[in-house]
Design a protein around this ligand. Structure first.
Ligand code: GUN
Length: 315
């Protein structure tokens, strides 16, 4: 499978030619920039400032980084952006009281409680307290249910699968592929990525399989995929030679593993890798997302898009 698109058409879709003998690279950073620019433009025309509240409990360093980037992206879109940072000892009752106050705050249209929460807090209870209309993570059962019944127009869709779906559509467009009837395999069955991803692919009339840790002969299942989405969080667990020739591969995994050598302060270097062996898969895929620079930037862009959607609906 080769692209029928010219380099400038590819760039407009957020794709580029890969290394010699490899498929197209789906540039999530480029696509996320176009999504953010569109959100900023629509936000300016909305007649009210979309408000996003991000709640962080504790001091998990990875969560601190994510929350900071979410705040920065919200500001770049011209949103009203607030962050509530609570100590790790915060009680569930106090966290729920904050969520309820945000539900009632007319300046806030989107609420995100950063996960994971400390062990003494039941995240299901907290997430179910968020008003479904402000649930920009799309984790509330009302939004999961709307997605499951195919009412995507009324749902708020979880950000990572929503962003992955845009990347798949861009790649299919560049390759001249009609998604309807294609074999889509999602590896991973989480509520945050795997299940909603499968629903989105089903809504595009793909034939969808969800594979997981108990799947028999994963290699055979993966090898059937015209569209492969890997979302398991295990470094390079899918070898490149499992990938079907001509597949579109979206790698949701972001795994930190030891790198080579030492950094400037003499500490062992680390690097990020996906759930798929990129180098091997790129020689077989028609289009593939890199890690980093693939799905990652799309998640934050879709959070902004959901906040805009929520604001427009609550207006
Ligand atoms: N922690 C890691 N990813 C996410 C996400 O998408 N949403 C929330 N709320 N927490 C996360």
């Amino acid at each position: 499978m080769t692209s029928k698109a010219s380099p400038s058409e590819l760039a407009a879709l957020g794709l580029r030619e890969g290394a010699p003998g490899c498929g197209l690279v789906i540039d999530g950073k480029l696509v996320s920039e176009s999504v953010l620019a569109e959100v900023a433009q629509k936000s300016a025309a909305l007649g009210l400032k979309p408000g996003l509240a991000v709640v962080l409990v504790g001091e998990d360093p990875a969560s601190q980084v994510y929350v900071k980037s979410k705040g920065r992206a919200a500001e770049s879109c011209g949103f009203h952006s607030v962050q509530h940072t609570l100590p790790v000892s915060t009680s569930q009752v106090d966290l729920i009281a904050l969520v309820e106050a945000l539900n009632a705050d007319p300046a806030i249209h989107g609420i995100l409680v950063q996960l994971p929460l400390p062990k003494h807090i039941d995240s299901t209870v907290v997430l179910e307290t968020i008003s479904p209309a402000k649930d920009v993570d799309g984790f509330h059962p009302v939004n999961a249910g709307l997605l499951a019944v195919g009412d995507i127009a009324r749902a708020l869709v979880p950000c990572t699968p929503a962003g992955s779906m845009i990347l798949i559509e861009r790649a299919a467009n560049a390759l001249g592929i009609d998604l309807a009837g294609k074999e889509a395999v999602v590896v991973g069955r989480s509520n945050i990525v795997g299940k909603p991803m499968a629903q989105l692919l089903l809504s595009r009339s793909c034939t969808v399989t969800i594979a997981h840790s108990r799947t028999h002969d994963l290699r055979e299942v993966v090898g059937r995929a015209d569209i492969l989405v890997a979302a398991v969080g295990r470094p390079q667990m899918i070898p490149g030679d499992w990938v079907r020739k001509g597949a579109i591969v979206v790698d949701v995994g972001i795994n930190r593993v030891p790198g080579e050598g030492l950094d400037s302060q003499g500490r062992p270097k680390s690097k990020l890798v996906g759930d798929v062996d990129y180098a091997g898969a790129a020689t077989r895929a028609a289009a593939i997302t890199p890690v980093p620079g693939g799905v990652g930037p799309m998640t934050i862009a879709m959070l902004m898009s959901n906040t805009l959607t929520a604001a427009a609906r609550l207006r």
